[in-house]
Design a protein around this ligand. Structure first.
Ligand code: S3P
Length: 413
């Protein structure tokens, strides 16, 4: 895909639904009693992996554009092999949900997912008494039937996927499970379970869960702030953009902290709450960018936005330092390597570190051809960089953007 340079970028955009919320809306309703309608759902490949796994477990799921109707199957089919594709969220959350349902199942994934760490989920689930086997820490994950008993668990890594897996398993455990995390991660699971009748309480960075049955609940999915980020960045670099109906859950809005630190002019318009999640239209205007410092404690609320934030840093007036970001090494690609590779390929000045980057900003970058290594967020971040570059360039395997943003290039225009 050839990306041409732009002298300016203006427009209003409706970007697809939130990936994290869509996964949970499908998975939890498929495990609930009753029928629910999910609107504004993301129909990227990752969420379709969740749909196909939940169908295999017995739920009836019909899709019509971004509307998904789910009839739950609280008693899961036994003995299924479930293919999770490229989707870490599908595999990790399902591992927890299945562990609490007293069934046998095997979770498999594509070559990228099969290289991502799974003991981080398996180990805490075993503390609840679950029978979970990984292959030396990786998929396939085998789940066996077991009776679970609640306990207190402190997560080792700041990961909403790990926290969610424990919470979902705890729905099937006797007694109370308390899961605590040092840095608060996205809380969509907790919010949605509350709306579905689960016994769940939030107490600072600790979530307390008791054995519960779930009742289906309709979900109107807001636009994904992680997808909106590309169009916000284009506004900040090249003109003005308005992205409508963006989910602004405070566990996800680290990009606004970045805008504050870098001097990006932005405004949240029409703030409202939809299905328990805060939402707003986000306007971003071209701004002179200051260099950025990000540390470990900043990561959970902006982890998926780091590649596009790194693109903003490439245009800032000075040296930006992003540290404490080792988690990037175990995403869909090694995002420290692939973000640095992408920035270097477009002519930016970057040094990769063990736990992040040092990026020396420039007024102009030349452009160039990029291989995003099949990582959707690297491809889309490269597109933003190339729009703002002097010559543009080619993105290899650009269709990998479909994982989270099926109409990305057509919206880009
Ligand atoms: C997600 C959590 C994050 C994020 C991923 C989606 C989720 O991963 O990177 O894209 O839906 O829970 P970790 O929780 O493992 O950091």
């Amino acid at each position: 895909m050839k990306i041409l340079p732009r002298s300016e970028f203006f427009g209003e955009f409706a970007v697809p639904g939130d990936k994290s919320i869509t996964h949970r809306a499908v998975m939890l309703n498929a495990a609930a009693e009753g029928e629910a309608l999910i609107t504004g759902a993301l129909t990227g490949e990752d969420c379709l992996s969740t749909v196909s796994c939940m169908r295999a477990l017995g739920a009836k799921i019909e899709r019509d554009g971004d509307r998904i109707r789910v009839v739950g199957a609280p008693a899961f089919a036994d003995g299924q092999t479930l293919y999770c594709g490229n989707s870490g969220t599908t595999m990790r959350l399902l591992a927890g949900l299945l562990a609490g349902r007293n069934v046998r199942a095997v979770l498999t994934g594509d070559p990228s997912l099969s290289k991502r760490p799974m003991e981080r989920v398996a180990a805490p689930l075993r503390l609840l008494g679950a029978e979970v086997r990984t292959q030396s820490g990786f998929a396939p994950i085998e789940i066996g039937p077991a009776a679970l008993k609640g306990c207190a668990i402190q997560t080792e890594v700041a990961s909403a996927q790990v926290k969610s897996a424990v919470i979902l398993a705890a729905l099937g455990a006797e007694g109370e499970t308390a899961v605590s995390e040092k840095l608060k991660t996205r809380d969509h699971t907790e919010r949605m379970l509350g709306a579905m009748g689960a016994q769940i309480e939030l107490d600072g960075n600790t979530v307390r869960v008791r054995k519960s049955r779930l009742h289906a609940a309709d979900v109107a999915v807001p636009a994904d702030i992680s997808s909106a980020a590309y169009f916000m960045a284009l506004g900040a670099l090249l003109g003005e953009t308005l992205v409508r109906n963006v989910g602004i859950n405070p566990t996800r809005t680290g990009i606004f902290t970045v805008f504050d630190r870098m001097g990006v002019s932005y405004a949240l318009e029409g703030e409202r709450t939809v299905c328990g999640e805060p939402v707003a239209d986000v306007r971003v205007k071209k701004s002179a960018l200051r260099p950025l410092r990000l540390k470990r404690e900043d990561m959970p609320s902006l982890i998926d936005e780091i590649p596009v934030i790194a693109v903003l840093c490439a245009f800032a007036d000075g040296e930006s330092v992003i540290s404490g970001a080792e988690e990037l090494r175990v995403k869909e690609s090694d995002r420290i390597a692939t973000t640095a590779g992408m920035l270097a390929a477009v002519g930016a000045s970057v040094t990769a570190k063990e736990d992040g980057f040092v990026i020396r900003g420039k007024k102009k970058i030349a452009g160039g051809d990029v291989d995003p290594r099949l990582d959707h967020r690297i491809a889309m971040s490269a597109a933003v960089a190339l729009c703002a570059s002097e010559r543009g360039g080619e993105i290899k395997d650009a269709a990998c953007a479909d994982i989270s943003f099926p109409n990305f290039y057509s919206l880009l225009g």
